[in-house]
Design a protein around this ligand. Structure first.
Ligand SMILES: C[S@@+](CC[C@H](N)C(=O)[O-])C[C@H]1O[C@@H](n2cnc3c(N)ncnc32)[C@H](O)[C@@H]1O
Length: 282
């Protein structure tokens, strides 16, 4: 009996070890693929001195118990706030509210800024294709957003609708930071990016989340369709595109020397590939 019990526990232990080993192998393989993705990505990384300039701001983060799997991570939140501070953003538009943590973080750290945030209404059906990952993020549509009981909510405007149909025209050229984080299929990224370029003010930044291999619609769109002043934010999934008017304050005095300004207008649609044209001097 004792032998049998030893045999059983050894078997279970080895099953547990095997499962842990498989998990760790899977994680390491994933990290390798992420590394390979980063190595091959045609969008350059934001220069170190610019990161250091952005890294000089204090940033307040909401309580961690509010964070959920689909939220922006801490590095991303810190950079988003810092970019908004650096260009002295007075208006922000987020596509994809989720539970509201990012909208709240922006409002907490930018006391003179109005944060607009758009999400599907509970009964909205997206008009363009979405994938399983997108569907898994629909879970907060009928739940109160974390900012609702906060004093900052007077500067957060919640809009409801499908970004493929929403009327963005009141915001044309009015928004200093557009944060694109709705659905991640190519069709939605293309739609939301066109909208973002349309809303962007003269001195603005457009920031996309989820530039990574797990959400191929985002890199597929950005790599082929947006050029000029576009950079990956280190240690995050963010990509930021700075308007020519915002380049001097983000890149310092010689900013214009270090950025090649591509087309300044709505991004091209698929087919007009600009991969390889994204050049930086020096
Ligand atoms: C990844 S979550 C956003 C996370 C949030 N921006 C953050 O930083 O924590 C994506 C959100 O986009 C919303 N969404 C997806 N498709 C949309 C669409 N077509 N129009 C508006 N919102 C959409 C989802 O309901 C979900 O809340």
């Amino acid at each position: 009996m004792r032998t049998l019990s030893r045999l059983l526990s050894a078997t279970f232990w080895s099953m547990g070890s095997r499962a842990r080993f498989a998990d760790s192998l899977h994680a390491q393989f994933g990290a390798l693929l992420d590394f390979q993705f980063a190595q091959l990505a045609p969008i350059p990384v934001l220069p170190k001195d610019v990161c250091e300039r952005l890294g000089s701001y204090d940033v307040t983060i909401p309580p961690s118990r509010w964070f959920a799997p689909g939220n922006q991570d801490l590095t991303g939140l810190i950079y988003l706030v810092s970019i908004a501070k650096q260009i002295d953003a007075r208006s922000i538009f987020e596509i994809g509210t989720y539970n509201g943590v990012t909208a709240l973080t922006l409002a907490m750290n930018l006391p003179n800024t109005v944060v607009h945030t758009l999400d599907l209404a509970p009964d909205d059906n997206p008009e363009l294709p979405v994938d399983d990952g997108d569907r898994s993020n629909f879970c907060f549509r009928s739940v109160a957003r974390v900012f609702e009981a906060r004093e900052e909510s007077c500067r957060i405007v919640q809009h409801f609708g499908d970004s493929a149909k929403f009327d963005f025209s009141p915001f044309r050229k009015q928004i200093d930071v557009v944060y694109v984080d709705g659905a991640h299929t190519f069709d939605y990224v293309r739609n939301d990016s066109a909208v973002a370029f349309d809303m962007a003010s003269e001195k603005s930044a457009i920031v996309w989340d989820d530039y990574g291999r797990r959400t191929p619609g985002v890199p597929r769109y950005l790599d082929s369709s947006v050029n000029g002043n576009i950079f990956r934010i280190p240690r995050s999934r963010l990509v930021a595109r700075f308007s020519p008017g915002s380049v001097p304050c983000v890149f310092g005095g010689e900013g214009a020397e270090r950025c090649i300004t591509g087309r300044d207008g709505p991004p091209a649609i698929a087919g007009e590939a600009n991969v390889g044209k994204l050049l930086r001097r020096g």
